[in-house]
Design a protein around this ligand. Structure first.
Ligand code: FES
Length: 155
């Protein structure tokens, strides 16, 4: 009886130590496996081409693709923007996605406005809402020029 009690005590101690070692090894592995799910997509600079080629007082439509990583998913995304050189080194790059429900806006040179075909929204040349239901202006992308190349920041 005494021998059996010692054996079960040793079994419990061994299982306890094994459990602790399993947790010590398993928690970092689990953290490593699920941590990408909690990371926000990284922003990156995307090459739009030669700044001199895009220099224009009128808005020019530019389409481009870039690779974005969000968690475990790495995907190629397409974007369409309007670009203009606002002078004094300032660039204006607006997403074409309407801030109401996501339709694509188009620049109307005669009205000097962005028009949304879905619900009649009108945005001025600064991207501000002039008419219609959108709750926010057009998204303005951050820009930089390096070695003559215009870049936009994608998130
Ligand atoms: S989606 Fe542009 S106004 Fe509704």
């Amino acid at each position: 009886m005494k021998k059996k009690g010692r054996r079960s005590f040793l079994e419990i101690v061994t299982a306890f130590i094994g459990g602790i070692l399993g947790l010590a090894a398993g928690i970092p592995l689990i953290g490593f496996a699920i941590s990408p799910a909690f990371k926000k997509g990284e922003s990156k600079w995307v090459d739009l081409g030669l700044a001199d080629r895009l220099k224009n007082s009128r808005f020019k439509k530019v389409d481009y693709t870039f690779t974005a990583k969000d968690g475990w998913v790495k995907a190629t995304k397409k974007r369409s923007v309007y670009v203009t050189d606002a002078g004094n080194g300032e660039w204006r790059v607006f997403s074409r996605i309407c801030s109401h429900l996501g339709c694509l806006v188009r620049w109307d040179e005669s009205k000097e406005s962005f028009l949304c075909p879905c619900h009649g929204a009108i945005f001025d040349k600064t991207g501000a809402v002039v008419a219609g239901p959108p709750p926010e202006p057009l998204q303005k992308l951050e820009t930089k020029v390096e070695a003559g190349i215009l870049y936009v920041k994608e998130t």
